[in-house]
Write a protein that binds this ligand. Structure first.
Ligand SMILES: [Zn+2]
Length: 161
């Protein structure tokens, strides 16, 4: 099961923003769908898990059923900001979808970002995750650079509206 050193290793790959509602970015391995990947050792051997699910399970202390989808209110696949308090958490089970969409609208408005993950191609999503990780690993938490990385990919893809 989850060990102390595994948990430490997990957080060593996460960079948290200074504000309470900032994202916490995964900076470890990235899958070919733009989401993170964290390797853990389990009974059956090495296994890749989703960092946002791992973070959510750590926060709640309970395993998430494989069929339960986690949604991001911030629309950033690399974010692992999970909390039992769903007013704070950036990820929540799909059953809270309405609330999440609501909050997503508000937070886009507040942040001036108009991130619309659904409009990004898979390749665009991967590129955005790679760019974001590079910026954070090179410069730490720099809001301007993070915004630029998030928006750069979007503007290179045609808008659908
Ligand atoms: Zn987030």
């Amino acid at each position: 099961m989850t060990t102390r050193s595994e948990v430490d290793r997990f957080w060593s790959h996460v960079v948290k923003g200074p504000e309470a509602d900032d994202c916490w970015f995964w900076t470890g391995a990235i899958s070919d769908d733009g989401y993170g990947r964290f390797w853990v050792r389990r009974e059956l051997g090495q296994q890749a898990v989703r960092p946002q699910r791992y973070a959510y399970e750590l926060a709640t202390g309970e395993p998430l059923p494989p069929s339960t989808l986690l949604l991001h209110s911030c629309d950033i696949p690399m974010c692992v900001h999970a909390s039992v308090n769903l007013d704070v958490s950036h990820v929540a089970p799909g059953t809270h979808r309405e609330n999440m969409l609501d909050r997503a609208q508000r937070s886009r408005y507040r942040n001036r970002h108009t991130l619309r993950l659904g409009l990004l191609s898979r390749q665009g999503r991967v590129q955005r995750s790679l760019d974001l990780r590079a910026v954070i690993l090179d410069h730490g938490w720099q809001p301007e650079l993070i915004s630029a990385a998030l928006l750069a990919v979007e503007t290179t893809h045609p808008r659908l509206f």
